[in-house]
Design a protein around this ligand. Structure first.
Ligand code: ADP
Ligand code: ASP
Ligand code: MG
Length: 418
């Protein structure tokens, strides 16, 4: 008998503004029961209803004069998942099934103590296994954990994917299914690029790049986890009869290696520029060591050397880290003799093309720059890796850039001729 982990995302669970609409939860119950009837043992991992986490975060900000306390914010925002699991277990029990809801404490999901962005350390698999052996459907909260001192923690936005993969790995489950509001992983976000194609398979490495570049269909940590522990991971639609979804595979198993497998857009971008700092050794260290110490992840960095022996140094970060990064930058500004700071919170977007095949192909960057220039889209920053190229552009051109690049790299779905 196989163990299956099924994770359902926010829109698949319900809508926080329509609390008494249980249609989606009932559909989840149908799906879970049908798997159990086929002889599988099922662990369900649920997100909070759509808009729940964002609303709870807004509440914390609205009542705090300073940055909201991190521990209490985690205690508040986990309420959304808590609600989802209790509601589904109520439905399953009402239908005469053996089911139980477990929060992170009850499921023994232990994390480190980084509030808001914790990492899972262990899971009490014995308890979940015993329940499964008793034919109970186990419904676990996604997104949350508890640290060793029993404080509630959260795993970062989109973290329920990681909860599901971690549980799948702990239980050595046969497959971890991520049910969401699109039919799988596409060559671009299907909500902004109509011509996007659903992929039947994608390698872990490509998915890692897509996720790290802003394709939020899977949280990056869930992909890292799945790759490291060989978890069979599948993304598919919660709304039944939408096909087989997308399977993640290792590079060895991938037959063809497309030069470009996808185009991604990330609007969660903020930028800070140190103006006219002296172009001498040690400046970057003075800026980026304190930023790293504050656990702020810097994404792109660019240095423009000027004729006067000075340089403008810009870097980008996630919007959520903007105020902390700005505070630190203000403290460093004088030390590095900058002639001021220029900031952009939002209004910019990072567009990336990704593909394993790029490793052995030249000309991808040139094609990307040419396509953007032909469409009058100005490139503000550029960064590259072995299998991706990213350009920062003004946000108003983000969707246009995605569509034009998607076409230029031959990814558009072929229209059926009439
Ligand atoms: P869930 O609430 O189920 O976790 P998310 O909103 O986190 O769902 O992720 C699903 C969304 O990811 C889709 O609605 C889609 O807009 C977006 N997305 C971005 N890039 C892609 C892509 N390449 N393939 C599929 N979906 C994508
Ligand atoms: N509810 C959390 C969020 O909105 C976790 C998740 O949905 O994966 O980020
Ligand atoms: Mg998600």
């Amino acid at each position: 008998m196989s163990i299956i982990i099924q994770k359902y995302g926010g829109t698949s669970v319900g809508n926080f503004e329509k609390l008494f609409d249980f249609e989606n939860l009932n559909k989840i119950a149908d799906n879970v029961i049908s798997y159990q009837q086929k002889g599988h043992k099922v662990v369900v991992v649920l997100s909070a209803m759509s808009k729940a986490t964002a609303t709870l975060l807004d509440m914390a900000s609205a009542l705090s004069k300073k940055k909201p306390d991190k521990r209490e914010t985690d205690a508040l925002i986990t309420v959304g998942e808590q609600m989802s699991v209790a509601l589904l277990a109520l439905i399953l029990k009402d239908r005469g099934k053996k089911a139980i809801s477990l929060n992170a404490f009850q499921a023994g999901i232990v994390t480190d103590d980084t509030s808001g962005n914790a990492r899972i350390l262990t899971i009490n698999k014995k308890k979940i296994k015993e329940l499964l052996d008793d034919d109970t459907i186990v419904v676990v909260t996604g997104f949350q954990g508890t640290d060793k001192a029993n404080n509630i923690t959260t795993l970062g936005r989109g973290g329920s994917d990681t909860s599901a993969v971690a549980i799948a790995s702990a239980l050595k489950s046969d497959v971890c299914e991520i049910y969401t509001d699109v039919a799988g992983v596409y060559t671009a976000d299907p909500n902004i690029c109509e011509a996007a194609k659903k992929l039947d398979v994608i390698t872990y490495d490509e998915m890692l790049e897509l996720a790290s570049l802003g394709a939020k269909v899977l949280q990056i940590r869930s992909v890292e986890f799945a790759k490291k522990y060989n978890v069979k991971l599948k993304v598919l639609s919660s709304f039944l009869n939408q096909g087989e979804g997308t399977m993640l595979i290792s590079e060895e198993d991938s037959m063809e290696k497309p030069v470009v497998s996808g185009v991604v857009c990330d609007r969660d971008q903020a930028r800070i520029t140190f103006k006219k700092v002296p172009d001498i050794p040690g400046i970057s260290a003075k800026i980026f060591v304190p930023i790293a110490k504050a656990k702020i992840q810097v994404d792109m960095i660019i240095q423009n050397t000027r004729a006067d022996g000075k340089t403008d140094l810009s870097f980008t970060i996630s919007k959520k880290d903007f105020s902390s990064a700005l505070e630190i930058s203000k403290q460093i500004e004088k030390k590095v003799k900058a002639e001021g700071l220029v900031t952009t919170e939002g209004g910019i977007a990072k567009i990336s093309v990704v593909g394993i095949g790029m490793k052995n192909h030249s000309g991808v960057a040139a094609k990307m720059f040419k396509t953007l220039s032909e469409n009058n889209i100005n490139i503000r920053l550029i960064s590259t890796s072995e299998i991706r190229i990213s350009c920062m552009v003004d946000e108003e051109y983000a969707e246009l850039a995605v569509r034009k690049l998607h076409t230029a790299f031959g990814l558009d779905i072929k229209k059926k001729s009439k």
